[in-house]
Design a protein around this ligand. Structure first.
Ligand SMILES: NC(=O)c1ccc[n+]([C@@H]2O[C@H](COP(=O)([O-])OP(=O)(O)OC[C@H]3O[C@@H](n4cnc5c(N)ncnc54)[C@H](OP(=O)(O)O)[C@@H]3O)[C@@H](O)[C@H]2O)c1
Length: 347
């Protein structure tokens, strides 16, 4: 027969384990609910500043398909026609385009000169100014309209963490060293001043977006087709990436999930080394060979042949998003293999 003392202890132990199990069950149900919850689709008029490029057009198509009225702000008539409205701006001064913001349901700002170029002083200057000035003028514009959009989704870069060779960066990591971190910080600082306190604001520090219709994957896949898609440099540099479809899902969620706010890294959960990335790309493209590019070849060839910055290929970073994981964002493509298989039809 058990002593009353033992009986009492057993009860405490079992009460504790029940409460632990309940807590676990609660967390599981919560995570499952968040993971499978469907976020409402954006509606109404959405303004995409700098929306004429690779990411902007892709997002605009998706939003238009969902029934939104999309307005792209760009300096030139977009090279490709689409179901959106185009309004000209110079990304620096207030003109009639401002009216489009009145009563809009969301603002997405992607404007910025491509960083895929030789880093001459002139290019560096434009890379910085195109981002800071466009963000500033959007801030002035939303102060001019009667009903500003309730949410502003702002592009930023995962390159803000610099090029750490080994460290895995998340939203809590320190900002890195170099041009990209300097530009990223100035861009985000301009945004902090531009956004209205009443607006919900989301910054997406975005990694390498792999998709169709643009971006650096196009260039890489050309090299692979020519048998030049081997390891670059040491091959140890990190490549953090996100599939275009997940990027668009993230933009959409940022626009409609009122709990999302602040800074996130827009990246799939499994960054890889350059060696692995090139291997998987060759496999997806069914290319059996890929000549490696030694560092000296890249330093010579990138500016001369590809007219770009060799360091974009020689350095990299491993990033993950702690916040997206905590907030239950699920990726349709969480492995590089699945993402490339979808893009190159290898499944
Ligand atoms: N693609 C990626 O993997 C990736 C990753 C991280 C961050 N991002 C950032 O996301 C944004 C969009 O990327 P994307 O791949 O769509 O780039 P993109 O195809 O080069 O498009 C860039 C957009 O910015 C505008 N723009 C270019 N130069 C400008 C200037 N000097 N002043 C004002 N606007 C200018 C362009 O509009 P116009 O019609 O006016 O030229 C275009 O709409 C960029 O800021 C990029 O840095 C992209």
């Amino acid at each position: 027969m058990q002593s009353p003392q033992r009986n009492f202890c057993d009860k405490i132990v079992s009460a504790e384990s029940v409460s632990r199990s309940m807590r676990r069950l609660g967390a599981y149900v919560g995570a499952t609910y968040t993971a499978f919850m469907q976020w409402p689709t954006p509606t109404g008029r959405i303004i995409i500043a700098g929306g004429s490029g690779f990411l902007g057009r892709s997002l605009a198509h998706r939003l238009c398909d969902a029934g939104c009225d999309v307005v792209i702000l760009s300096r030139h008539v977009p090279a490709v026609d689409g179901p959106w409205t185009w309004r000209q701006w110079d990304a620096r001064t207030l003109r009639s385009w401002v009216d489009e913001l009145d009563g809009a349901t969301g603002l997405v700002n992607l404007a910025g000169r491509s960083v895929d170029c030789i880093k001459s002083p002139e290019h560096c200057d434009t890379i910085l100014r195109s981002r800071v000035e466009s963000t500033r003028v959007l801030g002035q514009a939303i102060r001019r309209v009667a009903v500003p959009p309730p949410v502003w989704v702002q592009m930023s870069t995962a390159h803000i963490y610099g090029d750490p060779p080994v460290v895995v960066c998340d939203e809590d990591s320190a900002i890195g060293y170099g041009l990209a971190p300097t530009v990223g910080m100035a861009w985000e600082e301009a945004f902090a001043h531009a956004v209205l306190p009443a607006m919900r604001s989301v910054i997406l520090r975005t990694s390498f977006v792999i998709g169709r219709g643009g971006g650096a994957l196009q260039r890489l896949s050309k090299l692979v087709r020519f048998g030049l898609g081997g390891t670059v440099g040491t091959g140890r540099q990190g490549i953090s990436w996100i599939h275009q479809l997940d990027m668009n899902r993230l933009f959409e969620r940022a626009m409609t999930d009122t709990a999302m706010s602040g800074t996130y890294i827009a990246t799939a959960p499994q960054p890889v080394s350059n060696r692995e990335f090139m291997q998987e790309l060759r496999r997806a493209m069914r290319m059996p060979i890929g000549l490696p590019a030694l560092e000296w070849m890249v330093r010579l060839g990138a500016p001369l042949v590809l007219r770009t910055d060799p360091e974009l290929a020689l350095y990299g970073r491993y990033c993950v998003s702690k916040r997206l994981a905590e907030e239950g964002f699920t990726f349709e493509f969480s492995t590089l293999q699945s993402a490339l298989a979808e893009l190159f039809g290898a499944h």
